[in-house]
Design a protein around this ligand. Structure first.
Ligand SMILES: O=C(O)[C@H](O)[C@@H](O)[C@H](O)[C@H](O)COP(=O)(O)O
Length: 237
């Protein structure tokens, strides 16, 4: 079963790649092209990335792209509420796989904040994100449960995180998996991106995407909030 067999909304463009290596290379090329265009047009570019396990090859490829990285701001769609040294930190993931060579010149605006509790940390991250430049490129992942960023089904604050009228840029949410405490950009901030890519791999994620397309309840599968706007899906078996 390939992704081209799914009935996708007209605004969704599909890139079906042969394998993870080809997906990483194509996605890195396309993201870099858009960042170069933003730098040419505005003198700067902003990219928001997702964490997890599957982005590693993409991050490594993006790090080797020829870009004026000093003009690029990098942020995260979400973060686990752990310091950068922690193995589960998304900031740590970027430090290991993206911020090397010339890509180390990029400005990083992370979400992690030390604070007395998760709510206070999210409040501080929200203030930091007020300074984030307009987002040119957003790369989302998707969990098997249909979560994206850290907009998890059944999480407290999920409805607030999905509310397009919510002025918050960052909210505290809870994941079913460890680390449970998460900081997530809100839907209202994420959908402001000029270009959004959804990067998924394998038949399991394809089944999740098929299920997401078959329903409308955003709180059941938060990825649904992104499937009816312009979106480029990158998929490989
Ligand atoms: O912090 C995170 O874990 C991510 O931001 C999360 O939303 C991720 O994109 C999905 O869980 C998919 O992760 P994989 O692509 O590794 O399956």
């Amino acid at each position: 079963m390939g992704i081209s067999e799914l009935k996708l909304p007209a605004a969704v463009k599909v890139h079906e790649l042969a394998d993870a290596k080809a997906l990483a290379a194509t996605q890195a090329h396309d993201v870099a092209e858009r960042l170069r265009a933003a730098i040419a047009a505005k003198g700067q570019a902003c990219v928001v990335l997702s964490g997890g396990r599957s982005p590693v090859p993409f991050l490594e490829k993006l790090a080797s792209e020829n870009l004026d990285w000093a003009k690029v701001t990098v942020s995260l769609a979400d973060e686990r509420w752990v310091p950068v040294e922690h193995a589960d930190s998304n900031a740590g993931l970027l430090a290991r796989h993206l911020f090397k060579g010339s890509a180390a010149k990029a400005r990083f605006v992370g979400l992690y904040q030390q604070a007395e509790n998760l709510d206070a940390a999210a409040g501080r991250a929200d203030e930091v994100l007020a300074e984030l430049p307009p987002i040119d490129v957003l790369v989302l992942g998707m969990g098997d449960d249909g979560h994206t960023a850290s907009l998890f089904p059944a999480s407290p604050n999920l409805e607030a995180g999905l509310d397009l009228a919510n002025p918050r840029r960052c909210l505290p949410l809870l994941a079913p998996s460890v680390p449970h405490q998460r900081l997530s950009m809100t839907r209202s901030l994420l959908v402001s991106s000029a270009f959004t890519a959804l990067s998924i791999q394998g038949q399991g994620k394809l089944a999740t995407l098929r299920a997401a397309l078959a329903g409308n309840d955003l709180t059941e599968m938060p990825i649904r909030a992104f499937l009816h706007d312009p979106l480029d899906i990158y998929w490989c078996p």
